[in-house]
Design a protein around this ligand. Structure first.
Ligand code: G3P
Ligand code: MG
Length: 251
């Protein structure tokens, strides 16, 4: 019986990723959200990476300040000094006040120490793909990357990154229906497609990716019944703001 429980645990840990950490209950993309994922035994964390004007890589979703940190500067026009003292937690509630904006380099160290796997979604915010790829490669070349997947909506960024990191695990992200011929022609060798879950409407929509040797991971799934349906259809992973809620229903 114990063996079965362990097997179930292993299964859900591998198939549900924490979107921006456990962002349903903690401020997204902060240590609090990542630590909650670790404590919940989540194996994969999806998180957003943005590059500042001074080329510091930070854990941050938006293209400007204002929603999760105070201020109104564009990320692409900001220095680390503009973010170093920012409070990225208080917007979610006073209990989370004082959460800093993490540096990618620090998250990589922590993830390695904790044995966590990271899905690094790179936000190019519409420009600077070359420099972002170069900076990311220089950071990743200093760490073990077997537990890291780099994902992006930006195919050009993935193409450039692939040139300097031929063995890195890559995935392309889509919020519109995928044209398979275009994907295969333009996208450098990827292991998976990360697809907006509402675009998956049948098992055939999953099989089309598996037939090409690609995993299909669905975001952002916060309804447990929908997660069960996606797993039944063969989806390889769901990315959720609330992994524990999904796991208790799905496994
Ligand atoms: O990585 C998938 C998903 O996070 C993409 O959308 O806006 O939540 O970063 P967003
Ligand atoms: Mg993301």
């Amino acid at each position: 019986m114990k063996k079965k429980t362990e097997k179930k645990q292993l299964n859900w840990c591998q198939k549900i990723a924490a979107h921006r950490g456990v962002s349903a209950h903690y401020p997204e993309n902060t240590w609090a959200a990542f630590e909650a994922a670790r404590q919940a035994s989540v194996q994969w964390i999806e998180t957003d990476v943005s590059m500042l004007q001074d080329e510091t890589l930070i854990i941050f979703h938006d293209d400007r300040q204002g929603r999760t940190v105070s201020g109104d500067k564009l990320v692409a026009e900001s220095l680390w000094a503009d973010f170093a003292d920012a409070d990225a937690g208080v917007w979610k509630g006073p209990a989370f006040g004082g959460q800093p904006v993490p540096l990618l380099a620090d998250l990589l160290v922590w993830g390695g120490q904790q044995g966590l796997r990271l899905n690094l979604e790179i936000k190019c915010h519409g420009s600077r793909q070359e420099r972002t790829a170069q900076q990311l490669a220089s950071v990743l070349q200093q760490t073990a990357t077997d537990g890291i997947v780099v994902s992006s909506f930006d195919v050009y960024f993935l193409q450039i990154l692939r040139q300097s990191m031929p063995d890195l695990r890559l995935a392309s992200i889509h919020d519109e229906p995928v044209q398979m011929s275009k994907l295969l022609a333009e996208t450098p060798a990827i292991e998976a497609v990360h697809l907006k879950h509402s675009l998956i409407r049948s098992p055939d929509d999953v099989a089309v990716f598996h037939d090409k040797g690609l995993d299909l991971r669905a975001w952002t799934v916060n309804d447990a019944d929908r997660a069960v349906q996606l797993f039944d259809w063969g989806v390889d992973m769901v990315i959720s703001d609330d992994p524990e809620q999904i796991s208790s229903a799905a496994f």
